[in-house]
Structures are given as C-alpha cells and as structure tokens.
Design a protein around this ligand. Sequence first.
Ligand code: ACO
Length: 396
Amino acid sequence: VKATEFKRISSGLKIMDPGFQNTAVAESEITYIDGIKGTIQYRDYPMDELIEKHDFEDVSFLLIWNHLPSQQEKLNYRRSLAARANPPQAVIDTVKCFPRDTPYHLIFTAGLSAWAATDPTTVPIYTGQEIYLGKMDAVDEGVKRTIAASMTVIALIFCHYRGVPFTAPDPTASMAENILLMMGVVDLKTSRPDPTMLRILNRLWIVYADHEMTNSTAASLHVGSGLADPMTCVSAAACALSGPLHGGAIDLAYKMFERIGCKENVGQAIEEVKQGKFRLFGYGHRIYKTVDPRVKHLKRSLAELSHNVEADPHVSVAMEIERLASQDEYFRSRNLNVNADLYGCFVFSAMGFKPEIITALLLAARINGILAHWREQMSKPANLWRPLQVFTRAKL
Ligand code: ACO
C-alpha cells in the first residue's frame, strides 16, 4: 500500500453511523428544515410565506437558481420547459408497453431511460470529458431538459393508466397547468384545468418541492457524485422514493386505511402497531420530532376541496389514528407524530386522482428540488461519495 493511500484508509476519525443518523454529507444553501420548531425554509424564505404569495414555478426557479424570477424570467422558463417537453416516439412506446397495473416508478424509470437514450445533449456518450462539472450553462440546460422530460413521462403514465390521449403542453401555461393539460385533466367546457384544482396543486407542489437530504435526494446526489447525468440522477431518486419507508408510505397508508375500515377499529389497530405487528404508515419522521409543517397545508387543502371531509370513512380513520396516537405513551415517548403522508393521499384523491398515480405527482414536484441539489453539486469540485463499512468477520 502506498503511503498516501495508507494514510487515507487508516488514519483520521472514522464514525460508525448506520443510516447516516448523525452524519452530514454535504453543505447546502437550498432548504433548511427545523425539526423541533417544525418549519421549512426554501433559500431565504419561509415555505409558508411562499405558499401564500407565489406559485410553484416561482418556487422551482428559486430553489434551482437562487432567486425569485422576474415576470420575464418566469415566461421564459415556461416556454423553455414546454419546448423541451415533446416526447420522442420511443418514450411513448416504452410507457405503453407496460401492463396498466405496473407501479408508476417502474414505468417512470423506463420512460426516462428511453428519453435519455434519444437525448445526447443531456446524456452524452462518454468521451472522457466531463460536460457538466462547473459548466453551468450545460448544467442549466440539463436541469430544464430533465424537468420537462420527467413531467411529460409522468403525464404519459397517467394517460396510459387511464387509456386517455396525451396532449402537448401549452408554452404559455404554468408548470402545474401543463401537467394537468398533458394528462387531459381539464374542465370539459373550457378545456383548461379547473382553477381550484390548479390552486391546490400549486400549493401541494410547493409543500413537496424540496425536503433537503431525503433518502431519494441523497440517492440522486450519490449517483451525481460519480458525475452521472441529470436524467440518471433523477431515475435513481425515483427508485429510492418507491420504498415503503419513504414515498411508498403514501400507498401503504392508503391500504392501511382500507384494511382498518372504520374509526371504531382504530384502537385495536394501534394496539397491534405497539405489539410490532405492523408499522403505522404516515407516522414518524427522521427529522420532525414535533410537528410536520406540511400537514396543516394538506388539511387546509382537503377542507377546500371537500365540504364534508369526515364523511369519507378513510379520512375519519386517519383522524382517529392521529387523535389516539397523539395521546398514547408509545408514540409520545418516541416523538412519533403524524407526517405528510397520512393526509397527502386524501388531498390528491379529493382532486380525483387514483392512489396509483399520487406518488408520481409528488415526484413531479420533488424533481425540482432534486435538480436544485444536483445543480449545487455540479457547481462545486467533484467529490465521489463512498461511505465506509465495518467488516464483521475475522480478517484473513
Ligand atoms: N409505527 C410504529 N412504530 C414506529 C414508527 C411507526 N410509523 N416509526 C418509528 N417507530 C418506532 C420504531 O419501531 C422505534 O421503536 P423502538 O425504539 O422501540 O425500537 C422508534 O419508533 C424509533 O424508530 P426509528 O425507525 O429508529 O426512527 P427513524 O427516524 O429511523 O424512522 C421513519 C423514521 C422510517 C419515517 C419511521 O418513522 C417509519 O417507518 N414511519 C412509517 C413510514 C412512513 O410514514 N414514512 C414516510 C416518512 S415521510 C417521507 O419520507 C415522505
């Protein structure tokens, strides 16, 4: 072993930190979550303020380019995304070849891969030259192409699930309006998305736009640290998001409400959770140890969409879970509180979306945060992420 190599592998403080519970892997200026106060800050703005005063495009732009856009920047951003959102035939064919009951993330990663294969600008054939690191014009182009491609693939998946035609985006429409247009979720009279739905989708997307070093964002940065292209990084994030302890918890929360059935059965279900028979999905969080600041926006959106929220038996199960668990010593002593996934599924279902597409619609928002992190990573020197392990057998 060379001296320099020996120094690297044998000296210095090494920490055993399973699951990175106490290890920061990067410095970032994008998002700050205060898990004790229960607040989210995007750049220099509280998320709550952005929700009241801005739409999703402003927030996407802010997260990625570090300032709120002028009106002209916003219009240019819209146009540039729409111009890059035309799906190649290979992508349409790829999405359509999957059975309609395939989980969205499997179709998404295949669709995005098919897009990447036709897009040498974003995913260049390796030439020995790194096209992104420190080259911010190329990075910005990659960000826009990847957002446009990802949104379009998600719209194509929705159209495939429902057997409805895909509609090309409108270059003058907002990002939220365009995904609804592409999916054909429009008012039959006006052929445009319903204004209430649009307002709520903008709010939900701001709520889900970024969440600092989540499991999926970390997965994409891990891949990005090897200098992979942005579409491949976003694919990695989508794979990570599918896990039941992460974004997959939304589907499982929904299935849990169905299984519990009615609010009278919640007490028994909570006892079974405490006996370790199953996990309460939509409960607990690695960072939030008090309140998840996203929950109030979800509850408000639900109330705006549905006048008699509690009439939905699944919502009443969720509310009873929250009521009983918040008084229970098992949950209180472990600082386990309701997270965004307990109510997130209801807001989307109140908008008319089926459970199988809900996490994809959250991913559409989160891709913006993920690419903000990828852009930040590309603006700094390369640093391959390569954690250590502890070998637990006898060494030969
Ligand atoms: N139901 C029951 N018990 C729980 C739950 C839960 N949802 N969450 C944590 N616990 C218990 C654990 O069993 C453990 O108990 P113990 O001390 O007796 O062993 C204790 O609380 C600490 O749990 P950890 O798993 O160590 O906490 P961690 O911070 O690693 O977990 C996680 C966070 C993975 C989110 C966890 O709370 C969980 O599995 N929740 C359910 C899945 C979910 O809703 N995920 C979505 C999170 S938000 C998002 O990613 C979009």
